[in-house]
Structures are given as C-alpha cells and as structure tokens.
Design a protein around this ligand. Structure first.
Ligand code: NAP
Length: 486
C-alpha cells in the first residue's frame, strides 16, 4: 500500500506550461479514481481554455528555436527519456495500474512499448532527408526539404495512458515540432509523470506543454480555431474524431486520426489451433480487452469452431480477475461503471438474440468495475456486439463456411484498423491479407503493435500512421525549391 501511495504522491498534479508547473487558471481540480476500488486517488488541476491558450503561447514562442535545434540534440533528449523510462518502469507501471486498472505486468509492457517510441524516433530524428533532382526537361533542378509542421495539439485516450502519448510526442520532438498535450481525464497521472521525465531528459521549456482537463471540448476548442496551431493528432473514439475533423477544417490543420476499431479474428480450417488460441488470448485480453486493436469478432471455420471455442473458453475462464496491483492478477477492472455496463448490455443483447454463454457472461459484484472474461458461441449476425466496439473481455464466436464468406464477414464493419488471420496456407494468407479492408493485419499472431511499424487504420478507424518510418512524416511538411541554374 505504501508503494501505491508513494507513486501517486510523487506524480505531478498541475498544468505544465513553458517548463513550469502551475495551478489551473480557475484554481479548480478534478478527482482521479482507481477503477479497481472505485475510490479517488488524488486531485489534478482542471485546465481551462485560458490554460490551453497559455500553453499554445508557450508552444508558439518555442517553435522557431526548437526547429533550429540540431537533430542530434533532439535525438539525444529522446534517447535519455527512453533510458529514464526504462530505469523507472516499475513506478511508472504501478502509477498506470492505479489510474487505469490493467495488471502491473500489462502496465510494465506498456511502459516498455511507450519508451520504444522514444528510442525509435531518436533514431529517426537524424534521418530527415530531402532530395535533389534534375528537371526532366533539363536546365533546372528540383530541391525538396522537410520542415516541422509547427505547433501541434495532441489528444490522447485513457486506455494506453503512456503509449498513445509517446507515439505522438516522440515523432513531434524528432521532427522539431512544439506541442500541447491534452491527456484523458480518467488517466492524466501517467502523462504528467512522463512530462517530468522529459524535462529531466533536457527538453527545453515550451516544447511540451500539458493541460489536463475535465472539460475537453471547452478547453481545446479555442486552440482548434487559433490560426497559430498547425496540426491536431487525435487518438480516441470515431465520433470525437469526426467533430475534431470539422473543427480542423476552419484553419486547414494537418490531421492524424487514430480512431475506433472492431477487429475480426479469422481462423481457417488449416490453422495451427494451438497458435490460434494463443493469438486469440493475446488479441482479446491485452489491456482487459480495452484496446482499439482488440479482436472483437471471432469468425472460425465450421470444422474447427467447436474445438477453438472450447479451448478459448478454457483459457479465458482460467484467468485471474482482480485489482491490477495484486500479485498474479491477469485481468483488471474496466475503466468505469459506464464501460462495465456497456459490456454487460452487449452481452445481454447477444444472449437475448440466441448466443450461448460458454464462460463468464456477467459483471462482478462488489467494489471496482470488473467483468468476467467471456466467450459467447453461436452469436447471431444481428447481435450488436458484431458491429459495435465492445471494449471489454468478451469474445463472440461465429462459424463460417468458405474463404469468401470469412472475408465478407471480416469486412462487414464501418471500422478498418486491424484484422487477425490464422492459416498455414501461404497463398490463402496473402489473398486474405490483400482482401481485408484494414490498415494492419496480424498473420498468425495476435500482436501487431511495434514502434518500428506503421500503426493506423482505414475507413472509420481514421488515417495517418504512428510509428515506423512513416510516423515522423505526420509531423513534417515538404518544401520544394525550384532552382534555376541559368
Ligand atoms: P474519447 O472519448 O474519444 O476520448 C479521447 C480523448 O479525446 C480524451 O482525451 C478526451 O477527453 C478527448 N475528448 C473527448 N471529447 C472531446 C472533444 N469534444 N473535443 C476534444 N477532445 C475531446 O475516447 P476514449 O473513450 O478515451 O478512448 C476509447 C476510444 O479510443 C476507442 O474507440 C478506441 O478504439 C480508440 N482508440 C484508438 C486507438 C488507435 O490507435 N486507433 C488507440 C487507442 C484507442 P476526456 O478524457 O476529458 O473525455
């Protein structure tokens, strides 16, 4: 318990502007809760529109010097931040578990994953290149250079409180952009702690400004209409993403959108069933199922559906549910009562329409917002859980007959973030991967997230890519210079 109080006490609770911690302009604060107990952990400064404006002032003031800072210096700040995060992974993980719920082991994996974006982009910062070409018609030259887009607004969700931040902050720092971060109201502490890490790593004042708030729209709204802001990068739900797109049109901001998902998980008759079950546990249960890349619709070939369902149910049914900070916990609480109730509603809807509960199926009574890991079989096509993002530990299974049917089922969604495919037939694997309407495919694996890979979606899952060599491009604009040699 003392460890827990100590990490919460040590975390900053203010607004970070121009390299200094301050109270909210109205002096207010909001409570951060532990979803494993339903009890408050602490109060955090409640940023207002005035605080967001001060943060933008600071970002604008710092932009020119930061863009002129040698790439190697920017890279070394990121590399030091990676090292500091790695050294402090246990404390960062515990803090994350307390505010978000996931088990300490899962939080530790997120800290590692989040830190990797700093290491990766420290390596990308020194490889920003242009080109020099001969005009095809002769006589002149074409010169291109990459420049930072300018001050950015980065808005992050609660489900991965560090990683969704570092995969924006890392490339923004590498590219030479300044920024204002608006962390999720439910999980601001990890981001505030990360801010201290970046300051300690040597990030100059004004480059990163952080404004926690309990009123997102009112706080960031004025920034969206301020012509000094040049980009918004958002990770969160599709409806909020659409609203930000509309606002971004006013000043024609550069936009990156990492939105919702509803990933299909396809198991063909020729799949290695051991690997498919293992992959399903990872793709479904990572982050308690509260992940945009969570497998949410299991479409399994008729001949292996019964075996796959039984084995998946056995694995999920054996998982230990508990407070994330308790030793041995594998599945923590959901983020809040609304989320727990929504998961219950989708399960009830499916069961009411004919699905069978193979394991789990209900919320856990008592403190905190727990839901038992659940497998549903014979889920009818009209069940809402096949079209709505469940964001919880529920695996609905349906059977298919042919490859064409499997592909049609997988693509029958407005979302297009990721799909998982298990087959041992190489030709089928490539055919299906090409036919899937998604930004990413996990082929015989339940884990696609990797700092070195381009993460992102199509359709209602948004656009833009985070990570990989593509990730830094979101923060750069290309300038072309026509060079006359005559
Ligand atoms: P959300 O409600 O859209 O919130 C995301 C962020 O936007 C939070 O910081 C939130 O602030 C802020 N926000 C809410 N309304 C806003 C508005 N009108 N203007 C400006 N900012 C606003 O999403 P969430 O429930 O936190 O996250 C879950 C969603 O994120 C899921 O759909 C999931 O699939 C998606 N997600 C996508 C990815 C990806 O990479 N594609 C990754 C992770 C999560 P408050 O916290 O104050 O509401």
């Amino acid at each position: 318990m003392s460890d827990q109080s100590a990490v919460v006490k040590a975390a900053p609770k203010g607004i970070y502007v121009a390299g200094e911690w301050r109270d909210a302009s109205g002096g207010g604060s909001f409570a951060v809760e532990d979803p494993g107990t339903g009890k408050p952990l602490c109060e955090v400064a409640d940023g207002q529109a005035d605080d967001a404006r001060s943060a933008l002032d600071a970002a604008v003031d710092a932009q020119a010097d930061w863009a002129a800072t040698p790439p190697r210096e920017r890279a070394e700040i990121l590399r030091r931040a990676w090292q500091l995060m790695t050294d402090r992974a246990d404390d960062l993980a515990l803090l994350m578990t307390l505010e978000m719920g996931k088990s300490r082991a899962e939080s530790k994996s997120e800290v590692t994953y989040a830190a990797e974006f700093f290491r990766w982009f420290s390596e990308e910062a020194v490889r920003i290149e242009g080109r020099y070409a001969q005009n095809p018609a002769g006589g002149s030259r074409l010169l291109t250079m990459k420049q930072p887009v300018g001050p950015c607004l980065l808005i992050t969700p609660w489900n991965f409180p560090l990683a969704m931040g570092t995969r924006k902050i890392g490339p923004a720092i590498a590219a030479g952009c300044t920024m204002i971060v608006k962390p999720a109201q439910l999980t601001p502490l990890s981001m505030l702690q990360l801010t201290d890490v970046l300051a300690e790593a040597g990030l100059p004042p004004g480059v990163l400004n952080v404004v926690p708030s309990s009123s997102a729209a009112k706080t960031v709204g004025p920034l969206m209409s301020d012509p000094r802001l040049r980009k918004v990068s958002f990770t969160g739900s599709t409806p909020v993403g659409k609203s930000l797109m509309e606002q971004a049109s006013k000043n024609l901001l550069r936009v990156s959108m990492e939105l919702g998902g509803n990933a299909p998980f396809l198991v063909f008759g020729d799949a290695d069933i051991d690997a498919a079950v293992e992959g399903a546990v990872v793709a479904k249960m990572r982050n308690n199922g509260e992940s945009c890349v969570a497998a949410n619709r299991f479409h399994v070939a008729g001949e292996v559906a019964v075996e796959f369902t039984a084995r998946l149910a056995e694995r999920l049914g054996a998982m230990k549910v508990g407070h994330g900070a308790e030793e041995g916990t594998q599945v923590g609480p959901l983020i809040d009562a609304d989320q727990r109730d929504k998961v219950g509603e989708l399960v009830d809807d499916a069961v009411g329409k004919g699905a069978r509960v193979v394991t789990g199926g209900s919320a856990v009574e008592g403190d905190g917002y727990f839901f038992t890991p659940t497998v549903l079989s014979n889920v009818p096509r009209e069940a809402r859980i096949l079209t709505e993002e469940v964001f919880g530990p529920v695996a609905p299974v349906t059977a298919f007959g042919s490859e064409e049917e499997a592909l049609a089922l997988a693509n029958n969604t407005e979302f297009g973030l990721v799909a998982y495919v298990f087959t041992q037939d190489l030709r089928r694997a490539l055919r299906v991967a090409e036919g899937l309407q998604t930004g990413m495919v996990g082929l015989n694996t339940g884990l696609v997230s990797n700092a070195a890979a381009p993460f992102g979606g199509v359709k209602a899952s948004g656009f833009g890519r985070e990570g990989g060599t593509e990730g830094i491009e979101e923060y750069l604009s290309t300038k072309y210079v026509a060079v006359s040699l005559s």
